[in-house]
Design a protein around this ligand. Structure first.
Ligand code: GAL
Length: 682
């Protein structure tokens, strides 16, 4: 163990600086500290065999890099970095801050996170720190600087992987440091306590505050907590994690201004607490982790949803798939192994939706620790396994897709997605607790997926001008700016669908008076006087025979026409689905959760009206997308999720096999094809 400065090797003259990710990446998390040198040396041989081009290193290494405060041991990491470089593998180097070492939390127990009921989360696993702790911020930035200074000239360094999955496991922190930071954040947001009182509606239940110092995070209370306080705490929590990232990235930018930095997001998987749209501007490249939900029979469609959201967060730019699994995970109630070729379909489906790197957790399956039954590229059983053969094949496939890198996914449809609306709609004391923000959105996304239509999932204030169809699902909270943006899309010629319980409140969670759906009333030409939420086992029959669940409402037409009506008492003959001309486009409103067949029929009607076509006609269960380079070169992806061979119409070169497609191409059962198209697609 040595002080840093004394032993740092001189990498300053090494070739290929500055190293970047100038290839379609293939690799994953690499945790060499868990293995003896002999295994690490075999790792290098196997990485060459599999064509691994990038690995994330050092994510959970702090306790080994600095076992005692101020004393560092970089010998093993130097060797790993050098060996990776020798094998041509680039490194996404972590700041090692995702798990504080024991000496640090012993010295500063106030770093430990606290839940809303006061429970302290102790060391023994990982991520046991509060991002607002000044002591943790200080030490995390300090170790980041030490690591950055040491490896700033290392030729393998291509990317900074800051911390890891910020907000995973715990994303809201109720400790005293967080409480103080929350008060500062509120002061900054509102300026005066009067303004906060107005925004939080504190005339209610004697919640008025005389000064900011009286305010607490929404800790456990006897009954419903002030909803705006809750909403602001979610905003603050997302910001506090981002602010922690910003502290680390400021060190990184100072020490290595030429190396891009990112952190791995968890779009849809673990938590809804981080507003990733507000994070994107601080990431040099968006990176996402995705794990299939074993219990979901349509997990490949959920994968598509996550990828489409990641692309939306990335503003349509290519992104990095930083983690997924080769097979089973270890943290679901039943951890299902992937079937033959399923990994390949999963990995390449992410590429089909904009990923420019295919990375996994993790390189070699651990022998000890909580993740020893999590799959990896090198399984416990070794290389004479289907898994290893599929890994080597996938590496080859990724290399053959190099020309796809940098291209963008074609999408004529936008699905509007807002974290703040998600937080707000799922607060308590609402007409119904049955409304899960993602449910309606996933239902319409699924209908699009089944029809071969790609959708960008975008923020409500994003530029919507290029979309022919815009879906606005249960956007309960909406700002005036976003509502005007959506209305503008319709006026410019798009078809806009708004679903129930949208437009209800402003950014302070205050109801927009005069009738629902508040912010969208004029656009839609409807006015609702009362909600009739449905009980858990209740449904309603609509005039076209379809079934509604979850929701119904007493709506009046104010310029719209009714296409479908409720038929059941007490809403007999009340409109359930409406349409209104709006400028050059149309605005549709649906006032219930339609059954999946009806969602499909409505989607068909919207696609016809807006003129949106699939990337190519394909049989059911064959996922199709198109990526397009700036020079117009197009890549048609088809992922066959079925057990039957399929045929698609296309012309060009199939990149995985080199086969020429002249008119049609076979997509074998369970296989993926990627065609570089010879004629420019329209
Ligand atoms: C991720 C995490 C990895 C690993 C993986 C297992 O959430 O970033 O370190 O734990 O899950 O699926």
């Amino acid at each position: 163990m040595n002080r840093v400065a004394a032993t740092r090797p001189d990498w300053s003259t090494a070739a290929s600086w500055p190293a970047r990710l100038d290839f379609l990446g293939f690799g994953g998390d690499y945790n060499p500290e868990q293995w003896p040198r002999s295994v690490r040396s075999e790792d290098i041989d196997l990485m060459r065999e599999a064509g691994v081009s990038v690995v994330s290193v050092g994510i959970f290494s702090w306790a080994l890099l600095e076992p005692v405060e101020g004393e560092h041991d970089f010998g093993w990491l130097d060797e790993v970095m050098d060996n990776l470089h020798g094998a041509g593998v680039r490194v996404a180097l972590s700041t090692a801050t995702a798990a504080p070492p024991a000496w640090l939390t012993r010295k500063h127990p106030e770093i430990l996170p606290r839940l809303s009921d006061g429970t302290t989360l102790w060391p023994g696993s990982r991520r046991h720190y509060s991002p607002s702790s000044p002591a943790y911020q200080y030490h995390a930035q300090r170790i980041t600087r030490v690591v950055a200074e040491r490896y700033k000239n290392h030729p393998a360094l291509a990317l900074w992987h800051l911390d890891n999955e910020l907000g995973a496991h715990v994303s809201e922190f109720y400790d005293d440091d967080s409480a103080a930071a929350f008060r500062r954040w509120l002061e900054n947001r509102y300026g005066t306590i009067e303004e906060l009182n107005r925004a939080w509606g504190t005339a209610f239940w004697s919640q008025h505050y005389a000064e900011f110092e009286e305010i607490l995070p929404p800790r456990a209370t006897p009954t419903s907590i002030n909803p705006t306080q809750r909403l602001d705490f979610q905003r603050f929590s997302s910001w506090s994690l981002l602010e922690f990232y910003r502290g680390l990235v400021s060190v990184i930018r100072e020490v290595t201004p030429g190396i891009p930095a990112t952190t791995n997001l968890m779009a849809t998987t673990a938590t809804k607490s981080m507003d990733y749209f507000s994070w994107a501007g601080d990431l040099d490249v968006v990176a996402n982790d995705h794990y299939l939900v074993a219990a979901d029979p349509e997990r490949h469609i959920e994968l598509a949803f996550s990828a489409d959201l990641t692309r939306g967060i990335a503003g349509g730019n290519p992104w990095i798939l930083m983690e997924h699994s080769t097979s089973a995970v270890n943290w679901q109630p039943r951890n299902r192994a992937k079937t033959p070729n399923e990994m390949r379909r999963n990995s390449l489906a992410h590429v089909a939706r904009g990923a420019d790197a295919v990375m996994f957790f993790q390189w070699r399956q651990s022998l000890s620790g909580a993740e020893k039954f999590h799959s990896a590229l090198v399984p416990h059983a070794g290389t004479d396994t289907r898994m290893w053969r599929e890994v080597v094949d996938l590496g080859r496939a990724v290399r053959s897709l190099e020309s796809v890198r940098g291209s963008r996914v074609d999408a004529d449809v936008a699905i509007v997605f807002d974290y703040e609306a998600w937080w707000a709609i799922e607060l308590d004391s609402h007409p119904s607790n049955e409304i899960a923000y993602l449910d309606t959105m996933r239902a319409y996304h699924r209908a699009l997926w089944l029809r071969g239509i790609s959708a960008d999932i975008v923020h409500p204030e994003a530029d919507l001008s290029r979309y022919k169809l815009v879906l606005v699902c249960s956007l309960y909270l909406v700002t005036d700016v976003a509502a005007a943006n959506i209305a503008r899309a319709a006026k410019r010629g798009a078809s806009v669908l708004v679903t129930y319980f949208s437009g209800i409140v402003d950014e302070n969670d205050h109801v927009r008076p005069g009738g629902y759906p508040g912010a969208f009333r004029e656009l839609l030409g409807v006015r609702t006087e009362e909600f009739y939420p449905l009980l858990a086992d209740q449904s309603v029959v609509l005039s076209d025979g379809s079934i509604g669940t979850v929701w119904s409402e007493h709506m009046h037409l104010e310029g719209a026409e009714a296409l479908v009506r409720f038929t059941d008492s007490p809403l007999t003959d009340v409109p359930a689905l409406t349409r209104k001309a709006a400028g050059d486009g149309h605005a549709w409103y649906v006032a219930t959760a339609l059954d999946s067949e009806a969602v499909g029929a409505l989607t068909d009607a919207l696609l016809t009206e807006s003129g949106v076509l699939p990337a190519v006609q394909a049989p059911a269960g064959v996922e199709v997308t198109r990526r397009r380079r700036d020079d117009g070169t197009c890549f048609l992806f088809a992922v066959n999720h079925t057990a039957a061979d399929a045929t698609i119409a296309c012309e060009g070169t199939e990149l995985l096999t080199g086969v020429e497609a002249a008119g049609t191409l076979l997509v074998p059962a369970g296989a993926v094809v990627v065609v570089q198209e010879s004629s420019l697609a329209p």
